[in-house]
Design a protein around this ligand. Structure first.
Ligand SMILES: Cc1cc2nc3c(=O)[nH]c(=O)nc-3n(C[C@H](O)[C@H](O)[C@H](O)COP(=O)(O)OP(=O)(O)OC[C@H]3O[C@@H](n4cnc5c(N)ncnc54)[C@H](O)[C@@H]3O)c2cc1C
Ligand code: SF4
Length: 479
C-alpha cells in the first residue's frame, strides 16, 4: 500500500521558518523570517489533514486551493504546487508574507482548532512562489492574441496591478497611471521592508511591464491628466486609488512641529531605504534617530511606525493605545515582534493634547482610560479615569489613527461619481462596476482601509467582469 504522505500533524509539530533575533532585526530593514529549506517546507505541508470541506480555503478571500498545493508541496511536486497557487492568487509570495493569516486561512485550520497548531500556510505559500522565481517558472504574460480594447487603471497598488495582470493576460491594452514615482502602492511605500522586502514588489512590477503593461508614473489623475481624458482614451477605467487621507487629532498643541502623519513617516523611510535623497529625512524632520518617539494608534500602521522608529535608532519608542491589548485592531503577531524589538506599549492611554517648547513638540498629555460598557459596535468603549493624566515626553510624535478616502468627486471635478457617505466609491462588490458607464472601482477606495488580499480579489473579479462585458459586446458586433 502506498505510504500516506499527509496527516502528519499528530507526529510533527508546527514550525515556522527561523526568525532572526531581535538584536539583529533592529539593525536593518530586512525581512525577519528566513525561507523554509525544501525538506522543512515538505514536512510542514505534510501536516495538513486534507479536510473534505477546507475551512482555510473558505476563509481565504481568494479561495486559494490550499489543501491541493500543500499536498503537492509535501510530495515534492513543487512546479505543480506553483501552478495551482498562482491560478487563484496574482501575488502569492506577497500574501504569504503579509496576510494576517491568524485571522484568515490559518485561524480557521481544523488542526489548529483541535489543539495541534495550524499548518503554516502563509510560509509554505511564500516558499512555493519564491522557489518558482528562483527556478525561472514565473514568466511574463504572453497573450495568445492581442485585442484592441484598452483599459486605463488609476493606481498601481495591489488592486490595480491584479486587474492589470489579468486583463493583459487576455490580450487587452493596459495602462496603469500612478501619481507616485514607483509602482506598488502601499506595498512599495506604506508597508516597511522588514515585512515585505522591496525587490519582491519590484520584480512583480518588472514582470508586468515585460508582459506589456504600460506604466505612467508621476502622473496624478486630477492634476497631470483629467479623469475625463482617461475615459475618452480608454474603453474602461478602473479606479484603484486606495485611501490616503489620514485621520487627524484636533487638540491643544496639535500644530507643533514634530507631530507627523504615519503615512508620511513610512513613505520617507521606504524611500530612504531605496537610497533616495529625501529632504525630510536628511533635515531630521522624519527621522527618529536619537529621539524619544511616541506613536498614537493600535493598528498595523502603528506597529509599522514603532518598528521603523526602532530601526532608525530612536532612543525610546512608546505606543499609546486607548483600549487594551485584547481589543487592539493590529495583529498580535506584529505586536509581539514590536515588543521583542524594544517597543513599550502604554495600553488604555489616549492623548488629550501636546506640550511644546520653542514651537516643537515636547510631550503628549496622556489620559488614562478604562473599558466601559460595549458600544453600538459591540466593543467596550474606553472611558477616562479622572485625575490620572500625565505627560509622556517626546521629540517625535507619529499619528497612526487610520485613513479615509480623498474626496474624488471634487478633486477630479466629477460630481456624478457615486460615493458612499464615508466617501468610498460606490461600486458593486462582485464586479467593481459603478453607475458611471465603463467606470469600475476596486480595493481600499471601495472597501475603506482593508487588506492586500482583498484588493487582489477585487482587481481580479473586476478584470473578469470587464472581459465578460467586452466579450459580449464583441459577440453582439459579430452577429
Ligand atoms: C502602513 C500600512 C501597513 C499595512 N500592512 C498591511 C499588511 O501587513 N497586510 C495587509 O494585507 N494589508 C496591509 N495594509 C493594507 C494594504 O496595504 C491595503 O489594503 C492595500 O494596499 C490596498 O490596495 P489598493 O490597491 O486598493 O490601494 P493602494 O495600495 O493604496 O494603492 C493605491 C495607488 O493609487 C495611487 N493613487 C492615488 N490617487 C491617485 C491619483 N489621483 N492619480 C494617480 N494615482 C493615484 C497611489 O499613489 C497608490 O500607488 C497596510 C496599510 C498600511 C497603510
Ligand atoms: S492569500 Fe492570505 S488568506 Fe489566502 S491562503 Fe494565502 S496567506 Fe492565507
Amino acid at each position: 500500500m502506498a505510504k500516506q504522505p499527509m496527516l502528519k500533524f499528530v507526529k510533527i509539530d508546527r514550525d515556522m521558518p527561523e526568525k532572526r533575533q531581535a538584536e539583529s532585526r533592529r539593525e536593518d530593514f530586512d525581512e525577519i523570517y528566513a525561507e523554509f529549506a525544501a525538506a522543512k517546507a515538505e514536512e510542514q505541508a505534510s501536516r495538513c489533514s486534507q479536510c473534505g470541506v477546507p475551512y482555510c480555503q473558505s476563509h481565504c478571500p481568494l479561495h486559494n486551493n490550499i489543501p491541493d498545493w500543500l499536498h503537492l508541496t509535501a510530495t515534492g511536486r513543487l512546479e505543480e504546487a506553483y501552478a495551482t497557487s498562482q491560478a487563484t492568487n496574482t501575488f502569492p509570495e506577497i500574501c504569504g508574507r503579509i496576510c494576517p493569516q491568524d485571522r484568515l486561512c490559518e485561524g480557521n485550520c481544523v488542526i489548529e482548532q483541535s489543539g495541534h497548531g495550524t499548518v503554516t500556510i502563509g510560509a509554505v505559500e511564500k516558499y512555493i512562489t519564491d522557489t518558482a522565481w528562483e527556478k525561472g517558472w514565473v514568466k511574463p504574460n504572453a497573450p495568445l492574441q492581442e485585442r484592441s480594447e484598452s483599459v486605463g487603471i488609476i493606481g498601481a497598488g495591489p488592486g490595480g496591478l491584479a486587474a492589470a495582470d489579468r486583463l493583459r493576460k487576455a490580450g487587452l491594452q493596459v495602462t496603469v497611471y500612478d501619481r507616485s514615482d514607483r509602482a506598488g502602492g502601499l506595498l512599495m511605500y506604506g508597508i516597511p521592508g522588514f515585512k515585505l522586502e522591496k525587490d519582491v514588489v519590484e520584480r512583480r512590477n518588472k514582470l508586468l511591464a515585460d508582459g506589456g503593461v504600460t506604466f505612467e508614473l508621476n502622473c496624478a489623475v486630477g492634476e497631470d491628466i483629467t479623469f475625463e481624458a482617461l475615459r475618452e482614451k480608454h474603453d474602461a477605467v478602473i479606479i484603484a486609488t486606495g485611501v490616503y487621507k489620514s485621520r487627524d487629532l484636533e487638540m491643544p498643541g496639535s500644530g507643533a512641529a514634530g507631530i507627523e502623519k504615519a503615512i508620511d513617516f513610512l513613505t520617507v523611510s521606504n524611500k530612504k531605504s531605496f537610497g533616495d535623497d529625501v529632504a525630510e529625512f536628511t533635515s531630521g524632520q522624519m527621522n527618529a534617530n536619537g529621539k524619544r518617539v511616541v506613536v498614537i494608534g493600535g493598528g498595523d500602521t502603528a506597529m509599522d511606525c514603532v518598528r521603523t522608529s526602532i530601526r532608525q535608532g530612536a532612543t525610546s519608542v512608546k505606543c499609546l493605545y486607548r483600549r487594551d491589548r485584547a481589543n487592539m485592531p493590529g495583529s498580535q503577531r506584529e505586536t509581539q515582534n514590536a515588543e521583542e524589538e524594544g517597543v513599550i506599549f502604554e495600553w488604555l492611554s489616549a492623548p488629550k493634547g501636546f506640550t511644546e517648547k520653542d514651537g516643537k513638540v515636547a510631550g503628549v498629555m496622556v489620559q488614562k482610560m478604562r473599558l466601559g460598557q460595549p458600544d453600538a459596535s459591540g466593543r467596550q468603549a474606553p472611558e477616562v479615569i479622572e485625575g490620572a493624566d500625565y505627560v509622556e515626553e517626546a521629540d517625535l510624535v507619529i499619528k497612526a489613527l487610520g485613513f479615509e478616502p480623498e474626496d474624488l468627486p471634487t478633486l477630479w471635478g466629477q460630481p456624478e461619481l457615486p460615493v458612499t457617505r464615508w466617501g468610498t466609491v460606490k461600486a458593486e462588490f462582485r464586479t467593481g462596476a459603478t453607475e458611471m458607464d465603463g467606470v469600475y472601482a476596486v480595493g481600499d477606495i471601495v472597501r475603506g482601509a482593508s487588506l492586500v488580499v482583498w484588493a487582489i480579489k477585487d482587481g481580479r473579479d473586476c478584470a473578469d467582469a470587464i472581459l465578460e462585458n467586452f466579450n459580449s459586446k464583441a459577440a453582439l458586433a459579430a452577429e
